[in-house]
Design a protein around this ligand. Structure first.
Ligand code: G3H
Ligand code: 13P
Ligand code: ZN
Length: 316
């Protein structure tokens, strides 16, 4: 059942975070639905601009509709990830999306406000929620002097002002996470002090953490042992997901870790079976492994086991 992102956030706020997972194809969709249903967890499907272009935007929508039929117990929202203004309007008009993200975080504060406000007005007219972003994610490292590191982090006072001026429904904030597989050279901790200051200025307001992959070291080692060359990197500590959720983070974005699962499965399969050229056997393994990964993330986010209570609250 597709629900609004706002409904998911209302149920989750302060208790758990909803995992937001990017999909690009049918195998990812099947693994995602299976894993979330196994964990009895709601989830958010994210579609990036690149994912919409990979095959065709209509293809992904059809895949999600089919997965929804195959897994009737699933409760989820469909979200545009890192949209520009034009893509936001396309998704708002499609009638398929629960929410869109307008990412104008690279613009000045004033320009970010102006762009976000335009998208909010168009989205709200159709009952669609908007996630915006303030601050810049990056590889903020523990050994960087605080002033320099904090230069990219979200300013709590600006966050309050930004939400007031734009009316956006959730805000992606930079407080120490980073996109991609090459996040931090050393151990990295989230800046909970910054998150708490944002939460205090925006109480009961849904915050979003991008760049939340953990880059499991055993996964990277297996990829490299099977012929990969992924340089050493550390991700977000999975034990920090729940503390972040308890401080107002309701949506945790994970994409890179899923790509690592895909790469490990396919490299290992074809290394062990060099005579093989049928992509379906590794595809089947990937779906099962991705489902296990999704279920494990739902557990760590505190979302596992919440589905029945959520279903009840949606009926009430
Ligand atoms: O943060 C970006 C997401 O990981 C989506 O990546 O634009 O390559 O689909 P993509
Ligand atoms: P990762 O690269 O850490 O998976 O982050 C994904 C993300 O933020 C998608 O918007
Ligand atoms: Zn992101």
């Amino acid at each position: 059942m597709i629900v609004t992102t706002a409904q998911l956030f209302k149920h989750a706020y302060g208790k758990y975070a909803v995992g937001a997972f990017n999909i690009n194809n049918a195998e990812q969709a099947m693994g995602l639905f299976q894993g979330a249903v196994d964990a009895k967890s709601p989830f958010i499907i994210q579609i990036s601009k690149g994912a919409r272009k990979y095959t065709d935007k209509r293809m992904l929508e059809a895949v999600i509709r089919a997965a929804g039929d195959i897994y009737p117990d699933a409760i989820y929202a469909v979200h545009l990830d890192h949209g520009d203004e034009e893509t936001c309007y396309d998704c708002i008009d499609s009638g398929f999306f629960s929410s869109v993200m307008i990412d104008a975080s690279h613009e000045t504060f004033e320009e970010n406000v102006a762009i976000t406000k335009r998208v909010v007005d168009r989205a709200h007219a159709k009952g669609i929620s908007v996630e915006a972003e303030l601050g810049m994610l990056g590889g903020v490292e523990e050994d960087i002097v605080v002033e320099e590191g904090n230069a990219c982090l979200t300013d709590p006072a600006e966050a309050e002002e930004f939400v007031k001026q734009t009316g956006c429904d959730s805000l992606a904030c930079a407080f120490g996470s980073s996109h991609g597989a090459f996040k931090f050279k050393g151990r990295q901790s989230l800046h909970f002090d910054v998150l708490e200051k944002i939460r205090d200025r925006l109480p009961d307001y849904p915050l979003v953490m991008h760049g939340s992959s953990s880059v499991p070291q055993d996964e990277v080692a297996r990829i490299n042992a099977a012929g990969g060359e992924i340089a050493g990197s550390m991700g977000v500590d999975v034990n920090e997901y729940l503390p972040a959720a308890q401080r107002g983070v309701t949506k945790v974005n994970i994409d890179t870790d899923g790509r690592l699962v895909w790469t490990r499965v396919h490299r290992e399969f074809f290394q062990k079976n060099p005579e093989q050229f049928d992509f379906r056997p590794p595809g089947k393994i990937f779906i099962a492994e991705y489902a296990k990964f999704i279920a494990s993330r739902c557990e760590l986010l505190g979302a596992a086991g919440t589905l029945d209570d959520l279903r009840g609250s949606l009926k009430a």
